[in-house]
Design a protein around this ligand. Structure first.
Ligand SMILES: [Zn+2]
Length: 191
């Protein structure tokens, strides 16, 4: 039987879905791509199918992920971008050789230079990160209000007032935490 790994949290923005493969960075961190095969699985559900991945390629992916996280966090805080993170993102973007393909149905697909080229897939993710960090897309980078998460996410809501990276996980967890805190504050006699 195949080992059970943490599920993926998929969002509509490629770069921040990717940074979400490590969640609860400020709490009990959950690594959602713990093995090369799990990166292969994640890329497949994100339209970047590769047929294999080496341990070294997984390392490159995680290095890119943490660089995007660092740069996006700085951008959300309107701080200077960390030079080392920018360097990694640019390297991955420059070394990817994926082509955007228009399907007959009018959808965009990515064509990698070869089926084993994880670097091409990482190039697409790096370019996506560049587009949101550079402010090229309609939306705003923000940080999740959950203290144990603080993930950078891309807020495309009309009011740009989203608080949590993911309503179903961080939003609900915060609501529950607040509920329990309120319960504790009530006097003992009320129990
Ligand atoms: Zn969150």
């Amino acid at each position: 039987m195949r080992a059970r790994f943490p599920d993926f949290r998929l969002g509509s923005v490629l770069a921040t879905s990717f940074t979400g493969t490590l969640s609860e960075r400020h709490g009990d961190a959950v690594e959602r791509i713990p093995t090369p095969q799990r990166l292969v699985d994640w890329l497949a559900v994100n339209g970047l199918a590769v047929d294999s991945c080496t341990a070294a390629q997984l390392d490159l992916a995680r290095e890119l992920r943490e660089s995007i996280h660092a740069a996006a966090t700085a951008a959300a805080n309107q701080d200077a971008l960390p030079a080392s993170a920018v360097h990694v993102i640019n390297d991955r973007s420059a070394q990817g050789r994926a082509a955007a393909i228009l399907t007959p149905e009018g959808k965009r697909q990515w064509r990698l230079s070869s089926a084993s080229c994880v670097e091409d897939a990482l190039g697409v993710i790096a370019a996506d990160a560049i587009s949101i960090i550079a402010g090229e897309r309609d939306g705003k980078l923000a940080l999740c209000a959950s203290p144990t998460c603080q993930a950078a996410f891309f807020d495309t809501s009309q009011s740009r007032s989203r608080k949590w990276c993911d309503m179903n996980t961080c939003g609900n967890r915060q609501k529950k935490a607040r509920f329990h805190a309120n319960q504790r504050k009530k006097p003992r006699s009320a129990e």
